[in-house]
Design a protein. Structure first.
Length: 252
């Protein structure tokens, strides 16, 4: 579904990602962890085609996207949703208009059907009846939920999440984690989640990668990451104490 082959990325000569090889299977949740500035957001921006790699290949749904022009990229993005780090809602549009945005932009769907999708997606994220609210009337957690509803309104095959729980308290973060898991379960989407929250990472991941200084330094299932002998990995995850017996993962 998503495949990166020997991808390198530099900003003005400064290498930010180095020799990235990665595959994400259909329906899988890949979690990306790593220190600030290690290149995680850059990785997402490359996959959605907002940036072009300095070298290497990026395949999405069997198509290599690096040589695509803006038109072709827009076609490809019809199958992708993105939840940005700071929600990135359009402040001048109501919640309903935000959620409808992609459908109005990319489809000829009749208004009546658009409204049905908006209602259904807002119901999925627990915000029924908030269509006419404006973003500045919402809490951070509500904004994130609207952002998720907007991302899934277009029925995407892939959703990319850039720190979806940043700045949220642990209870709201758990709600967002559950929504990410239920989005995968209900819509079968392939997901990449960048997060600094280790509890989210371990609850959600089918597989994880850790990036440090632009390189993938560890990858595998959650047990592989927990048992990693790489000291940087252990240092990074040490704030979280797993309880193997009582831990409940958000699984279907
Ligand atoms: N547009 C840009 N121009 C120049 N350098 C950039 C640009 N965007 C990011 N960088 C640099 O690339 C590196 C990786 O940034 P990126 O945002 O991908 O990291 P990150 O792992 O997502 O960080 P964080 O966890 O803090 O969000 C950083 O050193 C950053 O300063």
């Amino acid at each position: 579904m998503i495949k990166l082959v020997n991808v390198n990325m530099s900003y003005r000569g400064k290498r930010v990602l180095e020799d990235i090889n990665l595959e994400v299977a259909k329906g899988e949740i890949l979690v990306v962890i790593g220190p600030s500035g290690s290149g995680k957001s850059t990785l997402l921006r490359l996959i959605i085609g907002l940036l072009k790699p300095t070298s290497g290949e990026i395949w999405v749904n069997g198509q290599e996207i690096s040589p695509m022009n803006e038109n072709e990229l827009n076609q490809m993005r019809r199958h992708m949703g993105m939840v940005f780090q700071y929600s990135a809602l359009f402040d001048s549009m109501s919640v309903g208009e935000n959620v409808a945005f992609g459908l109005r932009q990319h489809t000829d769907m009749p208004e009546e059907d658009i409204q049905k999708v908006v209602r259904s997606r807002l119901r999925m994220v627990g915000l029924s009846g908030h269509e006419t609210d404006m973003p500045n009337e919402l809490s951070g957690g509500m904004k994130k939920r609207v952002s998720l509803a907007r991302a899934i309104a277009i029925n995407p095959e892939i959703v990319l999440y850039d720190e979806p729980t940043a700045g949220l308290d642990p209870i709201i973060s758990t709600t967002i984690d559950r929504l990410i898991a239920s989005t995968r379960r209900r819509l079968g989407v392939t997901s990449i989640v960048v997060t600094h929250h280790m509890s989210s990472a371990f609850n959600l991941a089918d597989r994880m990668i850790m990036i440090n200084d632009g390189r993938i330094i560890e990858q595998g299932g959650i047990d592989d990451i927990r048992r990693s002998e790489n000291r940087l990995v252990q240092k990074f995850i040490q704030g979280w104490t797993p309880d193997y017996k009582t831990e409940r993962r958000f699984r279907p």
